[in-house]
Design a protein around this ligand. Structure first.
Ligand SMILES: Cc1cc2nc3c(=O)[nH]c(=O)nc-3n(C[C@H](O)[C@H](O)[C@H](O)COP(=O)(O)OP(=O)(O)OC[C@H]3O[C@@H](n4cnc5c(N)ncnc54)[C@H](O)[C@@H]3O)c2cc1C
Length: 459
């Protein structure tokens, strides 16, 4: 049994520690905050005493590793699956995108053709792009590395309306960057693996409990198998002396190996210049840029939303989530704005006015009302910015054949998982780091590609 210090108790840290413990090692997770979950977390709003998520976190059916982690944590049954995506189309009822009985990639054909927010010309263009994505296959998207997704959309002749009302809401929500900034393969992956590969892949999973409760069980589970979680403890540095020593604000922690799961700028601060000189993975940490997300919680005195969620095509706010009614019949709505550069410097009253205008646009029952409570949560460094060139900055879990510090392992959603900055990416990175140490199984398999999608060329 090897003691392994895991720095960071976000999703990547939890995933790493669980898999290490299962393989017979003794993980010690140190986490600065007094709770687990990292960026996917909840807090008590001091103004209302309500437990709120920092932001709605959406899982999808294709997130096989995240779902595997939820199963290991015993919380898989807390994920509510939403087979229909509702696209606001006022003053009409929302368009409903729902998979039919057809296998992928045809499962959305009927519902897509019925969408009223897009014209026939818009739909022909979208169909052409989907066909190109199928034909280029999973491998073909790599040829787009270094170019933006907008270049692909222009090449496939998309209309302005399709760009604004179909592509942009999906791309910004999934990649946290607009199409004219995101490195094309990141967005292509969303459509290829999320929509075209398997009929369950794009089904949306939302936690039925505050996010915090999904990760709470990790502490007891790890303790049962000899691991440990130390909350409220920060790593101040990692010493480089052959045997790993983590300097914490509680003293020194020695271990034969250390896994860092903290974001890149934090890792950069933990490593000395000598470490950076010795390990190529640590040399470009400061080049990684970030993109903000704004989550806004609004309360209305009476019910305003009838669907569980809404996509707001062509609006500043991309998604609304219906968080239900409280005992007094007040409606809690959660609004999400990804790629929120233009919003993060705004004051809360201005944010409230803009988001309420979008709610009133999408939900006729909110017109004429004002929210009674508004709480905005700005996450300025929500996710890495997956612009062209970013992929080359992502390190693998362990030192490679060209050298490096062989008992320092790296994980975190920003590491080289091939995934956008997501909970799935974080779990994959953690499983890969644990595998590098234990040599046991690591990342679990993707959903199988539907035979028809494979035949057409997806893989
Ligand atoms: C607003 C928002 C909305 C999002 N929406 C979605 C979504 O809908 N779907 C989705 O899949 N993903 C979403 N994401 C992304 C997702 O939250 C992240 O990809 C994932 O949580 C990253 O996990 P991680 O473990 O890699 O990093 P983190 O969560 O950042 O974990 C790192 C941990 O390390 C700790 N730490 C840092 N420094 C130290 C130190 N010196 N010592 C000890 N501990 C330290 C931190 O406190 C933190 O807990 C969203 C993110 C944000 C911010």
């Amino acid at each position: 049994m090897k003691q392994v210090v895991v720095i960071g108790g976000g999703i990547a840290g939890i995933a790493t520690a669980l898999r290490l413990a299962e393989a017979g090692h003794r993980p010690v997770v140190i986490e600065t905050r007094r709770k687990l979950g990292g960026r996917a977390t909840s807090f008590v709003d001091p103004r209302t005493g309500q437990m709120l998520d920092n932001c709605q976190h959406v899982a999808m059916g294709c997130c096989t590793n995240l779902l595997d982690l939820y199963r290991r944590l015993g919380v898989l049954d807390q994920i509510a699956w939403h087979p229909i995506t509702y696209w606001a189309n006022p003053p009409h009822a929302p368009d409903e995108l729902k998979a039919s009985w057809l296998p992928a990639p045809g499962q959305f054909t009927g519902a897509f053709l019925r969408m009223r927010i897009l014209s026939v010309r818009d739909k022909i263009g979208v169909g052409r792009a989907m066909w190109a994505l199928l034909r280029m296959g999973l491998a073909g998207r790599e040829r787009w590395r270094g170019r933006t997704f907008m270049e692909f959309l222009r090449e496939t002749g998309q209309t302005a309306n399709a760009l604004d009302r179909f592509w942009e809401p999906v791309v910004v929500s999934a990649c946290n960057l607009p199409s004219d900034q995101v490195d094309a393969p990141f967005a292509m992956q969303v459509f290829q693996e999320g929509f075209l590969s398997h009929r369950f892949a794009s089904t949306m999973g939302l936690s039925a409990v505050p996010l915090l409760q999904l990760y709470d069980p990790a502490e007891a589970l790890l303790a049962k198998v000899g691991g440990e979680v130390r909350l409220g403890v920060s790593a101040q540095g990692i010493a480089f002396d052959g045997k790993r020593v983590v300097v914490t604000d509680e003293g020194l922690l020695e271990a034969p190996c250390v896994v860092s799961t903290v974001p890149p700028e934090r890792l950069s601060r933990l490593c000395s210049d000598a470490m950076k000189a010795a390990d190529r993975r640590l040399q470009r940490l400061d080049e990684i840029r970030f993109s903000p997300i704004l989550g806004v919680h609004l309360t209305y005195a009476t019910p305003v939303m009838t669907t569980p969620h809404l996509v707001l095509p062509g609006r500043g706010t991309q998604w609304l989530f219906n968080k239900g009614l409280d005992a007094q019949g007040r409606q809690h709505v959660h609004a999400v704005i990804s790629g929120a550069d233009a919003w993060v410097e705004l004051a809360e009253p201005e944010i409230a006015a803009r988001v309420h205008a979008d709610v009133a646009w999408a939900c006729p029952a909110a017109a004429g009302l004002q929210p009674t409570e508004v709480r905005s949560v700005k996450e300025k460094r929500a996710t890495f910015s997956a612009t062209p060139g970013f992929a080359a900055l992502r390190p693998g879990p362990q030192a490679d054949a060209r050298g490096g510090i062989d008992n320092l392992f790296l994980a975190g959603d920003w590491c080289d998982t091939g995934w956008p900055a997501t909970m799935e990416g974080a779990v994959r990175s953690g499983y890969a780091a644990a595998q590098a140490i234990t040599e046991a199984d690591g990342v679990v398999e993707d959903l199988p590609i539907a035979p028809l999608a494979r035949m057409v060329g997806l893989r």
